[in-house]
Design a protein. Sequence first.
Lengths: 283, 290
Amino acid sequence: MKLPSLREIGNEAKLLLIGIPVLIWTLVPIYHMFLFAISPKEDAFSGKLWPAHPTLNNFKIVFYQEHYFLRDFWIQFFNSVVIALSAGALTLVIATAAAFSISRLRVPGGRWVMNLALFTYFIPAAFLAVPMYRTMGNYGLLNNHWSLILAMVTIASPYAIWVLKQASDKLPVELDEAATMDGATTLQLFRLVYVPLMMPSLVAIGTYAILLAWNEYLYAFLLLSKDTEITLPVALGNFLAADDSPWELLMTTGFIYALPPAAIYYAFKRYMVGGLTAGAVKS
Amino acid sequence: MAITLSGDHAIPSRPLSARLTTPQVWGVLLLAPYLLVFLAFVVYPVGYGLWLARHPASYVALYHDPIFARAAVNTLIFLLVGINVKMAIALFLSGFFAQQRSWIKWLSVLFILPWAVPSIPTILSVRFMLNPEWGVINQLIFKFTAEDGPNWLNDPTVALGMAIGVHIWKSLPFWTLILLTGRLAISHDLYEAAEVDGASWSQKFRYITWPSMQTLYVTCTLLSMIWTLGDFNSVYLLTGGGPADLTHVLATLGIRYLRLDQLSLAMASIVCALPFVLPLVYFMMKRLSR
């Protein structure tokens, strides 16, 4: 075995000198949250880097809703799930149909619609929030889950359509021609040729929309206000309003809330990296 | 496709339904759901918002509101410092993550966490770390120096700096990943040839890496500008715009006016940002719709 040369050791040390600060920087806020989640109340405020008596009691309090702030935890969790899944499904249906129409059927004006969608994608969502809030009020949808679902669909679908259009432009035209020759109707073409071929991009876009809706705070707190209607992030934000907030329970709830999207992200990383980041910036 | 399209434009005088072929009827039908969403939740709100912002009096009121001026300056600082620091670090780290080491592979998996987890719990976690009495940072400062640490979020400059830090923490992984993709696309032969010619590290960066990445870097910077302008969470959840409304940015200011029931001011403040946003949007659209 060859011993590493002095230069190789120096290189490795330089890399570690970058890697260790990066690791600390990345993990500190998340570790701090985790630390609070497993600390009893007394330990949580002691400033120690590991609690003297780690416990899962906080999770029990959250799951059994044993605190005033957490009395609607499960219904809020459920609201988050329903809204994220509905927004994901609806975005997927609308965007797939639109991308098929623009890219494969080459509907007149399709390019124009694509540009309008892109325009929406680039308007910061926080700027659209104020008029969206008023609009939902005018439609009578405030405090209704549909308002948040539709707002999320509005925000997610432009990017979804764009990514799906890019992906479907790469499918050869001959496929459609061959299927049409064999007597396939447009709907059969969509169902039997297009959707199966687009599956990886569809998974990526579905995941993207679900994560977007699950993570949304601003729209959720504007559009929903009743304790039994709000989603988890709004409930977390409401903790802040009180002076005597139970921070260890807030961090526990936040930790539980952060787990599903992280798990989904890592489970679908393959699709996310290929389907999304490559499309995000085309140079 | 060519056969089905041949009827298009052929007889323009007949009604639209007769001119469209069956696939095109389907095309319109399949596009309709998105168009409906677009009309109901983009066109109508934007039009309504612009209509609400039509009074010149709103702009005069904004002009005289010191909080608006402060928010405009804060937004500029947030953009200038936040984006340049973030993109410079991302460019540097993309070179680090391009190294072939198994431990760097593992580190990159962890590195993506801030992007993968929702921002609310992590920002609140940082907020509590910075708490002057019970936060872990000041506890550690007290332990080692026996002196009280600063009241982090009570000083507008420090608080804004912390909000920028949170913003960088959250979005750095995404941009590093994008720039890494760009870096990995550069042919390895170029670096090998440079190695043979005895090029230094900085020469390799200057003559190989940067020329092939500068377009991507500029695109990323512009896109990041648009998204950073709309970053509501980093400021709102960390400082809430405080102390004394001195750390607002345009994204949070609109919501502040909304909560104070000054809707026309909320819309007017957003309209004021449009001259900066629209050129960026136009540029990005040109880039992406090619």
